[in-house]
Design a protein around this ligand. Structure first.
Ligand SMILES: NC(=O)c1ccc[n+]([C@@H]2O[C@H](COP(=O)([O-])OP(=O)(O)OC[C@H]3O[C@@H](n4cnc5c(N)ncnc54)[C@H](O)[C@@H]3O)[C@@H](O)[C@H]2O)c1
Length: 432
């Protein structure tokens, strides 16, 4: 089937790579000329495991074409997926400007009398598909159906998640669109992956509700972890007990510096505001947001309290991406922690195996090191903020030789205390 995907970002590129690999003819479009030029040269603008290989394989096999938004392509496509950004605005609502501009761009290219299905992968507040439908069908000559198909992939395992989803959610009451979506997702359906058909509004809300629930788990375990620390309990033992209950599950129960990334913070804020706009309150999520904001203040203060006030401390931060496996620093918990640290008199060096380019765009004046051992050389304090595997595999005796001081803050609990302290380190982790 001929499919258009609009938006060559994390979701759009993964969608395009996987659909083309499943045998569809995919046209992946963006409004950034430079991005399209690079994609056509095989240069992928983001880091995501296996994405590079999958895109380039299908590009070579002509299953995938990158272009600027193009009327002829839209005309040829049976289904048009929208995967543009829906960021948070200044009031904490979802800013739909990019999405609505994109819809206007497409509308120009839609031919009268032709049936088309527009499938919204972007995360959108309840009622948005209805608005888009009215924008597109304001003239009786059009017959455009709009489907909500929220995406649940996780950066860092996006290809795997897209190909093996826990569920595919299709929000529509239009039989023609149901048939079309079943054909598009045939490969995943044949492999036994679950498809849930809902009405459009349920699909829109389900995405926000899922992300909010997961974020709630993260904040919950962080607060339990603090209690463990204060009382002498061990968070690993406690979460083993909690996670063994099938009703709870053992995922998202690792203590850390708080949730972040391009989705959770904006989606939780949006859900709270959506509820308010309908006269409801989701107070539990309001509390989660507060708890997560405070988490970063609390952890930064923990480091600051150990700074030597008589001299300038050398602090090295390992990891600025919001989690391992991605170069994405959008709303990374590392950012507010670093912001608090640089207000103090310190020499800061930052390392990350993938995210330094994105980080340096935000903080061009902060020193970065490309090599891990260069980054730790001369450090008084080491702070681990992302759980990259290269940090897990660090040579601790080499670290002990290279560092000037001996303080390690392991805010991802990637080391065991016993293995660290024998090298003379003062070691602080979470909830243990
Ligand atoms: N990143 C994730 O992990 C993830 C997971 C699930 C859902 N989502 C949701 O998916 C959506 C996209 O997220 P993302 O992280 O891929 O965003 P992104 O910012 O990485 O990518 C968006 C892309 O859309 C392009 N674009 C913007 N306006 C356009 C237009 N008018 N025409 C064509 N292209 C245009 C941008 O240039 C950019 O390349 C968001 O709603 C997000 O909440 C993201």
């Amino acid at each position: 089937m001929k499919i258009s995907v609009i938006g060559c970002g994390y979701v759009g590129l993964v969608t395009a790579a996987c659909f083309s690999d499943f045998g569809h003819d995919v046209f992946c479009m963006d409004n950034q000329e430079e991005k399209i030029k690079k994609l056509n040269e095989g240069i992928i603008p983001i880091y995501e495991e296996n994405l590079d290989q999958l895109l380039n394989k299908n590009l070579k096999e002509d299953k995938l074409i990158f272009s600027l938004v193009n009327g002829d392509i839209i005309e040829k496509s049976e289904a048009i997926f929208i995967a543009v950004g829906t960021p948070m605005d200044i009031n904490g609502d979802t800013d739909l400007t990019i999405l609505y501009d994109c819809i206007q761009d497409i509308k120009v290219h839609l031919k009268k009398g032709r049936k088309k299905t527009l499938i919204i992968k972007s995360t959108i507040p309840v009622g948005t598909c209805e608005n888009i439908k009215s924008m597109l069908n304001d003239n009786q000559d059009y017959e455009i159906d709009v489907v909500s198909n929220p995406e649940f992939l996780r950066e860092g395992s996006a290809i795997k998640d897209f190909m093996n989803p826990d569920r595919i959610v299709i929000g529509t009451d239009n039989q023609r669109s149901i048939k079309l979506l079943k054909t598009i997702y045939k490969k995943q359906i044949d492999l036994g992956h679950k498809v849930i058909f809902t009405n459009i509004k349920s699909a829109e809300i389900a995405k926000y509700a899922s992300n909010s629930f997961l974020a709630m788990k993260v904040s919950f375990i962080n607060e339990i972890s603090d209690l463990c620390e204060t009382t002498g309990a061990d968070i690993d033992e406690v979460r083993n007990v909690i996670g063994s209950d099938k009703r709870i599950g053992d995922k998202f129960l690792e203590p850390g510096p708080g949730y972040g990334g391009s989705c959770f913070p904006k989606d939780l804020s949006s859900l709270v505001n959506i509820a308010k706009s309908y006269g409801n309150r989701i107070e539990i999520i309001e509390q989660v947001i507060e708890s997560n904001d405070y988490r970063k203040v609390k952890l930064a203060n923990r480091i600051i309290s150990k700074l030597n006030l008589n001299e300038i401390s050398n602090v090295t931060v390992l990891g600025v991406s919001f989690k391992a496996g991605t170069d994405d620093v959008r709303d990374s918990p590392a950012i507010p922690i670093i912001q608090q640290l640089i207000r103090k008199d310190i020499n800061l060096v930052v390392h990350d195996p993938m995210a330094l380019t994105n980080f340096s765009k935000l903080y061009p004046n902060i020193n970065t090191a490309l090599d891990l051992y260069d980054a730790v050389r001369g450090a008084d304090i080491l702070v681990i903020l992302t759980e990259w595997s290269i940090y897990r595999k660090i040579d601790i005796s080499k670290l002990a030789k290279l560092m000037k001081g001996n303080k390690i803050f392991d805010f991802r609990n990637i080391y065991s205390r016993e293995k660290i302290i024998i090298h003379g380190f003062e070691y602080e982790c979470l909830g243990r």
